[in-house]
Design a protein around this ligand. Structure first.
Ligand SMILES: [Zn+2]
Length: 289
């Protein structure tokens, strides 16, 4: 049986679009900071402008400061497929942010032949700067894909609608003790197998339970399935709340949401799986003619 505290947190994370009225630091359920620094991160990303297209595509104002969202385009020599990566939709899930420079280093080393990669990060820059799950107005951006009340969700929609990716990956973290991925109904088994294999090979511990404590029959893999799809559809219809996975599902785009453990103190243990997953999906898309 879940405790009252767990039920309260469940309600906060799943039943309320606007949870607070500011980017409240969120440290419930043992979130450990990896030392993300907004200014240093922005400077690091700008440093890739000699190799990739790097643009501050939006600035979100908060308390007299402008917080940039970067749009980074890794071009392919002969682009056949397009992969969209979302980092930091929840600002306090730092592994998904810190994975981006490592991912860029990897693709700079071995540029993709036929898969273009486009990265939006931090999707929630104010939350990231304030170690908060929420945006400047206290909204959970990853519950906003029905009403699009937040500028951040609108930006994701705009990029997805104009660029039309073949595949999307959202980098997240959660309170479970290891890494797993949630796939929408359009992700095929070959991509799943390649992604799990790549993460395991990189030393990422694959979770045997998701964040609700439900057993994962294949470690690291939580497919949405028919029931999950139905629950998401009802959630959207009744509470007007939807996460990126279901939204991309409705647009015909396969999506993986990766969830590493925000409880771990090791940078490598949290970040590596995100990098390995994106590279594995890019390779799978490349082989998929
Ligand atoms: Zn998240």
């Amino acid at each position: 049986m879940p405790t009252l505290e767990e039920l309260r947190l469940f309600a906060k994370y799943h039943l309320i679009r606007r949870v607070v009225d500011h980017p409240a630091p969120e440290t419930a359920l043992g979130v450990v900071s990896l030392g993300y620094d907004a200014d240093a991160y922005a400077e690091t990303l700008r440093g890739y402008a000699d190799r990739f297209e790097v643009a501050a595509v939006r600035e979100i104002a908060y308390q007299g400061r402008a917080h940039p969202i970067f749009d980074i385009h890794v071009a392919a020599a002969r682009p056949k497929k397009k992969l969209l990566v979302l980092g930091g939709v929840h600002g306090n899930e730092q592994a998904g942010l810190l994975a981006i420079p490592e991912l860029l280093d990897a693709v700079a080393e071995a540029p993709p032949e036929d898969v273009a990669i486009r990265i939006l990060t931090p999707v929630n820059p104010v939350g990231a700067a304030h170690f908060s799950r929420y945006n400047a107005d206290g909204f959970d951006v990853n519950r906003d894909f029905v009403r699009f009340e937040t500028e951040e969700a609108r930006l994701v929609r705009e990029v997805a609608e104009s660029w039309r990716p073949d595949f999307a990956i959202a980098l997240h973290e959660g309170p479970q003790d290891a890494t797993f991925m949630i796939t929408n109904t359009l992700v095929d088994e070959g991509v799943v197998a390649a992604a799990l294999e790549a993460m395991a090979a990189g030393g990422t511990v694959l979770a045997t339970e998701d964040y609700f404590g439900a057993k994962l029959s294949t470690p690291g893999y939580a497919p949405m399935g028919k029931l999950g799809w139905l629950v998401s559809a009802v959630w959207g219809a009744t509470l007007s709340m939807m996460a990126t996975g279901m939204w991309f599902d409705g647009r015909g785009v396969p999506e993986i949401t990766l969830e590493s453990s925000w409880r771990l103190t090791s940078h490598g243990a949290r970040v590596r799986g995100h990098v390995d997953l994106v590279l594995a999906v890019a390779r799978a898309l490349s082989g998929d003619k």
